[in-house]
Ligand binder design. Structure first.
Ligand SMILES: CCCCCCCCCCCCCCCCCCCCCC(=O)SCCNC(=O)CCNC(=O)[C@H](O)C(C)(C)COP(=O)(O)OP(=O)(O)OC[C@H]1O[C@@H](n2cnc3c(N)ncnc32)[C@H](O)[C@@H]1OP(=O)(O)O
Ligand SMILES: Cc1cc2nc3c(=O)[nH]c(=O)nc-3n(C[C@H](O)[C@H](O)[C@H](O)COP(=O)(O)OP(=O)(O)OC[C@H]3O[C@@H](n4cnc5c(N)ncnc54)[C@H](O)[C@@H]3O)c2cc1C
Length: 674
């Protein structure tokens, strides 16, 4: 029997779950959105962007050819970009549309099952103009880019190098005679590779190249480069550009390749905020910190934490709603088949996904605020906080993307066979999020950046020198005794810090041992990298746990009692889950006993049961409209089987009763005439 809810026919199991929920869902929505005002503004933006139906496709993207898919994505990008410039910019309170509204970014997902070919324009081209140009350059380029008179991308990675930026081979050689830079791709491996939108969409790009002037190489620098005619869109002479072909995801992003044959650009097209080349070819370094040209990457790493929190919220919404309507097996012969959400193993798969979406969402807001503070200090010429921030944003990017990809895959497992359907929405989420673990700095590589900082901080702690806030716990690393286990939230967080400190200490000790045995510092470091990655991961988990806990306590200070309880249950679940995932480490670095761990496992299982009645309410609180979920399994009304059948019937394979393949191949083979 079905029930109606907001004029909608709702699956009775979902209706029952909603009736069972004992907390005010809207209050939790406000927490996730960062306040009631943000929720109201988000809803307004979604109404304007989505109620017209402009986000919908007549035929599902999955049934289109690659060319049709791309053209459709461009069509919708143009519609959405026009909305962004007009109605949405006004609604979001922005003077011009752009990178500063996560809501506008998130709402775009209703238009694209994969991604927009404009993602890199707004995600990296515009931010690079904002972060790397002089004020004069900015006043020329920014209005054109924001108004989308030009469309750009960020072409840094080459066929031969992505991680190791200092190893890039594209050259930009200054010619003082003509006051131009000559861009050149000397080898196949120097071809730019991967930039989103480069294949067919953009007419400009940021190119990162090795700068040569007066015969000397000054390392990689960014340049703004026109690659296609502004009117005809034809590639300009000296440019070889194209699309790189099918990928696991991102198939509407026309990622491209780009090569230069002694291609000339004006001197002023070097982005000169951090370094300049004067007319006579003199190189002048302006920036106080050598890595400020990496600024756009740091910005995107910060943004990505928010991005993956949102995508994990989507996957957990789909999987929890589906688990409430799906009934399977008969553990008690006299009773009806239970909802699969009643299985404790299912709760174990899913509730951590909900908790992690909250943890990452709150950490992303905190990280954004820290980033704003670092930028404000740098405006005043102070770069002291940059190393700590680079270490922090590197590990948070690595762990948030990796955990989210893993948990989205776990949500797919939780949906059984139907989760494997593209129409479930989960495969596209996974394909998108698994790429975030690699791009903008690979997981291992970024954790090793954090490890560099941790080791230095450890040495400072050893020398009793002051420590920066996120590593201040290292000061306790020299007490000589193991940290005292205590299963309160604060006690568990202290234990996570003890693990990070203990693992860092082991790395330092091993590296010193290896160096005493004759290895160079580089080789001793290399031999310790497995443990260094583990130390950086432990550090990051301590930071996330601490931030999540503190933020929830702060944000629920005035919440109603039941909201306080359910938010506390989620944070506790997060802490228990990760403590139980790291029992070996806890035994090494804290006083935890076998009995403590057995008790913790029982407490965890009891917590799952406490959260169970509120599970659907918790994902409803993410307040994700069906248009954003793109899912047969996760829609608000729970009409799962109906939607699966409707989608199956849309398949072009079902257009004809007998496939052409029958007369061409099957019949001849079966009649022995092939
Ligand atoms: C209309 C519709 C619209 C709809 C849409 C609406 C849209 C709305 C738009 C908004 C939403 C957008 C969503 C986003 C999506 C974007 C998609 C992006 C796609 C992907 C893009 C990319 O994928 S783009 C390429 C990224 N490619 C990397 O990511 C390379 C990694 N590789 C490195 O990043 C370096 O290679 C690596 C390892 C650091 C070593 O760099 P290196 O060799 O130079 O340096 P060393 O290791 O020697 O380190 C020497 C010392 O520098 C220190 N240091 C290093 N970096 C530092 C730093 N950044 N800041 C401070 N300090 C730093 C270090 O800590 C050492 O410090 P110390 O010496 O004190 O220990
Ligand atoms: C979907 C997608 C979109 C992208 N978009 C863009 C874009 O718009 N613009 C752009 O410029 N780039 C883009 N990229 C490229 C991306 O930034 C790089 O792929 C990424 O930085 C990883 O570099 P790589 O491919 O060179 O990997 P590699 O560095 O070759 O990594 C391969 C393996 O080697 C390991 N490894 C490498 N170096 C070390 C080390 N020092 N220590 C230990 N292990 C190491 C890595 O951990 C990894 O396991 C995109 C990539 C993808 C997948």
């Amino acid at each position: 029997m079905t029930q109606t809810n907001n004029n909608m026919t709702v699956n009775p199991d979902l209706a029952m779950e909603r009736a069972k929920c004992n907390f005010n869902v809207l209050e939790v929505t406000h927490i996730f959105d960062g306040g009631e005002r943000n929720t109201l503004q988000r809803k307004k933006i979604e109404d304007v962007a989505l109620n017209s139906g402009a986000s919908k496709d007549a035929l599902g993207e999955e049934h289109m050819s690659p060319k049709e898919k791309y053209e459709n994505a461009v069509r919708k990008s143009c519609i959405y970009a026009t909305m962004m410039k007009n109605e949405l910019a006004e609604l979001s309170g922005l003077e011009s549309f752009g990178v500063s509204s996560p809501v506008i970014r998130r709402t775009a997902d209703a238009f694209f099952k994969e991604v927009s070919p404009f993602l890199l324009h707004l995600g990296m081209f515009v931010p690079t103009i904002m972060g790397q140009c002089t004020p004069e350059q900015q006043s020329y380029w920014l209005p054109r880019a924001l108004d989308m008179q030009i469309i750009g991308t960020y072409a840094q990675t080459e066929l031969g190098h992505g991680t190791f930026i200092r190893g890039l081979e594209t050259t930009a050689t200054y010619d003082p005679e003509t006051e131009e830079f000559v861009l050149h791709s000397p080898t196949l491996s120097s071809y730019k590779w991967w930039a989103g939108g480069l294949g067919k969409t953009v007419n400009y790009c940021i190119v990162v190249a090795q700068l040569y002037t007066k015969g000397e190489c000054h390392g990689t620098h960014p340049f703004i480069v026109q690659i296609r005619d502004e009117d005809t869109h034809v590639p300009l002479p000296g440019i070889k550009v194209g699309e790189i072909g099918p990928k696991m995801g991102f198939n509407t992003a026309d990622n491209g390749f780009l090569g230069f044959d002694h291609y000339r650009i004006p001197r002023e097209h070097m982005l000169m905020k951090n370094a300049q080349v004067l007319k006579d070819g003199t190189y002048v370094k302006v920036a106080r910190h050598g890595k400020l040209t990496y600024g756009t990457m740091v910005f995107v790493r910060v943004v990505l934490v928010n991005e993956v929190a949102f995508n994990l919220a989507k996957a957990s919404t789909i999987a929890v709603r589906y688990s409430a309507i799906r009934r399977q097996s008969k553990p008690k012969p006299d009773e009806v088949e239970p909802q699969i959400l009643d299985y404790v193993t299912q709760q174990h798969k899913l509730f951590i996904a909900i908790a992690t979406a909250h943890a990452l969402q709150l950490c992303s807001t905190w990280l954004w605020e820290s980033f704003s503070a670092v930028l404000a200090q740098m405006k005043g010429g102070n770069t002291d906080t940059l190393p700590e921030f680079h270490a922090l944003s590197s590990c948070l990017k690595a762990i948030s993307t990796s955990d989210s990809a893993h948990l989205i895959e776990q949500c797919r497992h939780a949906c059984g066979g139907h989760g494997y359907m593209i129409s479930s929405g989960i495969p596209n989420l996974y394909n998108f999020v698994s790429a975030t673990r690699t791009y903008e700095g690979d997981y291992t590589v970024l954790l090793l950046q954090t490890a560099r900082f941790l080791v230095k901080a450890y040495e400072q702690a050893e020398a009793k020198k002051p420590l920066t806030p996120t590593v201040s716990y290292l000061a306790h690393a020299f007490s000589g005794s193991r940290a005292t286990w205590d299963n309160s939230p604060d006690g568990i967080i202290r234990s996570f810090q003890a693990l990070a400190a203990g693992k860092t200490a082991v790395c330092v000790t091993n590296m010193r041992k290896r160096m005493r045995a004759g290895l160079s510092q580089v080789d001793a470091w290399e031999m310790s990298t497995i443990q260094l990655v583990a130390a950086a991961e432990a550090h990051c988990r301590a930071v996330i746990a601490d931030t999540y806990r503190k933020e929830i306590v702060r944000l629920t200070a005035n919440s109603s009692p039941n909201v306080k309880v359910v938010m506390d249950q989620l944070t506790t679940l997060y802490l228990y889950y990760w403590a139980l995932e790291r029992t070996g480490d806890l035994l090494m670095f804290t006083s935890v006993s076998q009995k403590d761990l057995v008790d913790l496992q029982i407490a965890y299982e009891e917590l799952l049961l406490k959260i169970r009645p509120n599970a659907v309410g918790l994902v409803d609180a993410f307040d994700l409209r069906d248009e954003l979920l793109h899912s047969t399994l996760g829609s608000y009304d729970g009409r799962v089987y109906e939607r699966l059948m409707e989608e199956a019937l849309k398949s072009p394979m079902n257009k004809e009763p007998v496939s052409d393949a029958y007369s061409k191949y099957l019949r001849p083979m079966m009649k022995g005439k092939l």
